[in-house]
Design a protein around this ligand. Sequence first.
Ligand code: PMP
Length: 403
Amino acid sequence: MSILKTETAKSASVRFARRMSNVRVSAVREILKVTERPEIISFAGGLPAPELFPVREIARAHAQVFDEDGPAALQYSTTEGWRPLREWIAARMRKRGIAADADRVLITTGSQQGIDLAGKVFLEPGDRIVVENPCYVAALQAFSAYEATPIPVDSDDDGMRMDQIEKALTRDPKLIYIVSEFSNPKGITLSAERRSRLIDLSLRYGVPILEDNPYGELRYAGVAPEPLAALDRNGLVIHIVTFSKTLSPGMRIGWLLASEEIFKEVVTAKQAADLHTSTVEQRAAARMLQEFDYDGHVAHLCLVYGERCKTMRDAIERHFPSETRWTKPDGGLFLWVELPKTVNADEVYAESLREQVAFVPGASFFAGEQRTNFMRLNFSNQTPERIEEGIKRIAGVLKRRMK
Ligand code: PMP
């Protein structure tokens, strides 16, 4: 009998942990299954453009690692990570004004693991966590697996709304989670003024901030604000970053910076999770970065993505009905469209798919009540021509539904 059949037969008697009962399946992952078809113009995933991966350089670095010290690259290694990589990262973080020390850089298996580990060390069943609303779906999944209750805080073009944060903090949350630059799903950035205010509030209420910054390097216009981790003087910010959007998400290399007390706890949690991140990948990344022009590469990404971002913004401006509103990101991978309340984005999605265009309806990004009149559009993974065409088709669907 096949394993599948055995599983089905026995499933009635399998008892899963209660903690999984509230974890929603990611709508984004489900949609991606549909949109892998090449004829579909997909604005759905958060995928970096594969043609921009530095494939040859990454391949060469792997070969060098195997030639120079193959057995060590294939061996177990420390939980904290490969020292030369941690040093490169600390130097990079110092350029952004963060007082980073290589001893406090933990290499994680993607930044997603940083989110999960923070949840693991801080959240007990019933604990509260302040999140942006809408919020990155896989962070909501991670927190709900620890049976925490999100306190949703709305955002405007300047990021999380401070009046709502202050109110949320009176409800005794354990953690504040924020994507501080070019958020997922909205593409918005927390303003400089709100950054100082958030740091003050986190200190006043004694609540640590989990600052997730996977998109900070992808800035196409404007000046970068100081990261919350650079403003923090009290060891209350945990800062997580990743190579997923600049080098390759498949390498699964991210990192986490934290004060000594938090760092130790997170390292222990990582030991239990996966012992360490792939030795091979860490060494290959470090080896590559010895010679690779990372700044030049990031500048090139920004040029290409910046053009795609502008193309999408301009196309929306030209084609979408005047009753729609949308964010105007200066970086990252996404923008967020608000439709009139009477228009259901799930229905727009179904009709758009018939016209071979996909996006993610916004409902699943909401931590509280799921609002149905929003769409998330990704602009990094299609050429300007396909972006223009895809936006025109969605605009056609919107116009028909809004007649
Ligand atoms: N945080 C945010 C806001 C993201 O959008 C993503 C990826 N979609 C991640 C974290 C996780 O990225 P990774 O694990 O590949 O570093």
